[in-house]
Write a protein that binds this ligand. Structure first.
Ligand code: FAD
Length: 403
């Protein structure tokens, strides 16, 4: 339909790599692109490059189920995701790009008295952080989501925690918006450029080896999500990260039916409806370590069963596509934004199933770290050494199942 249009300029340049940069970001996903953008915007560093082995946005940033929320509980996570939500709320104006951020409200269902207590506690923590939360009883959920099966007895719906500012954003647009804005500030975005080695001399990073030649740099940030362990190994590091598959599904386009994001944690199922009309849903990990960006049938069956339990009407919809992404799973479910023991080498990883909502704040904090060598206030607990010292941020339950 757009074939008649002519003379459209490319949204960003396609430069050849220079021999040297002040800083290099490895990985052109959401986090790498936002790091580059905020390095330029907040810290005036523009002699920088993002090196992407494939194409921009081809990784998890374009594979997720697009949920954006600030409903974490633990100090450390809570202020970080709260910061991220505020950045989301100004993102379209900041990037001058429509990322289709839709604060349609997220509802986490609960199914027992004990779970209600846990969600009430979480809601109080969210309100203390300055974010929003409302505890709904069964009738409150029924008013908003009348199509759920309130008669099923396996997981009877007791109520839900409503987070009105939660919602979705168009994932590709987020990558494209950051890419264009970074390019406009002079950042070189270099695609089809795989980093194959990290050059280190006397404990100081000197640059990287790539499929397009060696590139020198004073600072290098590893921001490669599911490939974090492999790239860090190039610097001789063994990370506490496992790579696992998470699948997602989308149905044919339907008329508007689901106008919230619904999280059914007990069934490991969550769902929303895209602007195009597809029901977008997913479940839990496939639970084996792998670098294949596709999953297997047992999890497909599990997710479909959970969907049928929650809302039997979904059985009428035809699934159009499914895919998988490689998750960088940390042992405590929380991320790492930290320096390494090598001067000038920085790490941003461990986003588990929930790093899309973190894209703005992760870039903001990683840029702060790379520019100033100091952790940003809201990311100071995302230390790599916490797995050795025992200062874990154990919030796996919030990261998982609910995205
Ligand atoms: P990526 O987009 O994967 O970026 C990393 C990039 O590094 C890739 O483009 C890769 O090609 C590149 N790279 C790797 N190795 C090299 C190398 N050697 N040289 C150069 N480049 C390299 N999060 C949410 O908040 N909400 C959700 O609803 C949600 N749902 C999800 C559903 C699914 C199915 C999946 C897969 C993920 C979901 N997530 C969600 C998680 C979120 O997508 C990720 O945590 C986040 O996108 C990871 O960061 P990224 O965007 O930088 O990763």
């Amino acid at each position: 339909g757009l074939r008649g249009n002519k003379g459209w300029a490319q949204a960003w340049r396609s430069p050849s790599p220079k021999p040297e940069y002040d800083a290099i970001i490895i990985g052109g996903g959401g986090h790498g692109l936002s790091t580059a953008y905020y390095l330029a915007r907040n810290h005036g560093m523009t002699n920088i490059a993002v090196l992407e082995k494939g194409y921009l946005g081809g990784g998890n940033v374009g594979r997720n189920t697009t949920i954006v929320r600030a409903n974490y509980f633990l100090p450390g996570n809570s202020e970080f995701y709260s910061h991220s939500m505020k950045l989301w709320e100004g993102l379209e104006a900041d990037l001058n790009y429509n990322v289709m951020h839709s604060q349609r409200g997220l509802i986490n269902l609960f199914h027992s008295d004990g779970q209600r207590d846990a969600f009430a506690r979480r809601g109080n923590a969210m309100i203390n952080q300055g974010d929003d939360a409302e505890l709904l009883d069964r009738e409150g959920v029924r008013r908003l989501l009348p199509y759920l099966d309130f008669e099923q007895t396996r997981f009877p719906i007791y109520g839900g925690l409503l987070h009105r500012r939660g919602g979705t954003a168009r994932h590709d647009a987020v990558a494209w918006g950051y890419a264009r804005a970074a390019d406009q500030r002079g950042v070189d975005l270099i695609q089809n450029c795989e980093v194959t080695g990290i050059d280190i001399e006397n404990g100081q990073v000197r640059g990287v080896q790539t499929t397009r030649g060696a590139i020198r740099a004073k600072k290098v940030g590893i921001v490669v999500a599911g490939r974090s362990s492999q790239v860090a190994a190039m610097a001789g590091m063994r990370l506490p990260i496992e790579s696992h598959i998470l699948q997602a599904f989308v149905t044919e386009g339907l008329k508007p039916v689901i106008d919230h994001v619904i999280s059914f944690g007990m069934g490991h199922f969550y769902i929303s409806q895209s602007d195009k009309g597809g029901l977008v849903f997913g479940g839990d990990l496939d639970f084996y370590a792998s670098y294949a960006a596709r999953g297997n049938l047992p999890m497909v069956e599990h997710v479909m069963e959970a969907g049928m339990t929650l809302m039997p009407m979904i059985g009428r919809a035809k699934v159009l596509r499914s895919w998988g992404g490689i998750m960088d799973m940390s042992p405590d479910g929380s991320p790492i934004i930290d320096k390494t023991h090598i001067d000038g080498l920085y790490l941003d990883c461990g986003w588990n199933y929930g790093g899309f909502k973190a894209v703005p704040a992760s870039g903001w904090c990683m840029a702060h770290l790379m520019a100033t060598d100091q952790p940003h206030e809201v990311a100071r607990r995302f230390r790599l050494d916490r797995f050795a010292t025992g200062h874990l941020l154990d919030e796996e339950g919030t990261g998982s199942q609910h995205n």
